[in-house]
Design a protein around this ligand. Sequence first.
Ligand code: 13P
Length: 252
Amino acid sequence: MRRPLIAGNWKMNTTVDEAVILTRDMLPGLKAISNIDRVICPPFISLQRVSEIVKDTAVAVGAQNMYFKEKGAFTGEISPLMLKSLCKYVILGHSERRQFFGETDDIVNEKLKAALATGLLPIFCIGESLQENEAGKTREILARQVTGGLKAISANKDIVVAYEPVWAIGTGKAATGDQAGRTIEFIRGTLASTWNSEIAQSVRILYGGSVTDANIAEFVREPHIDGALVGGASLKASDFIEIVRQTAALKQ
Ligand code: 13P
């Protein structure tokens, strides 16, 4: 049995004060739900404050990115070592990083290796663009992202994969549960051929892209979908708690 996981990616939203308020608002509700991993991913500058607030609870904190070097002359970057004391998870290879900041499969691969070597749990994002989807290239792109991202990384069930079709992110046009379920089954098959089927069955794969409290059930009813990576709806405490609550209930 794979333990369900819901992660909130706050993206470039919330000042430190707002992050503190949002964390305090959602913490009681999140704490009250069990048998599910709950992760919140605020901006870097709020990681310290947020991690202090959730300390000694089952709510975990994640970063949204990191560089792959431990330290050095890399102005403006944050290293895995710096994150290690502040958070448990790190989102890597998000499509916004690929699209706006030039991250390639090779860079994502370096980041995945560095995160694992430091003991951070990566949430490894993959997903096809609208153009790739319309050209019927979804599976080809996803297979390339999986094999490229995991190059020279040995089988590891601690990696969490997030399938986020780019056309569904922030658009209000989520995939259907069936569509996402079939694509995630394909991704699991790619993991099986990259590693082995036992590990592929143990790796958690999330869906992301316009997830709300109104559609989460459709996704987590799918046997291959283990939870969600939530953007916009994770910025509203009550919506995020409701997404976690429904997932925990449906994955009993
Ligand atoms: P939205 O839920 O806002 O579509 O964002 C999804 C996402 O990119 C999470 O990482």
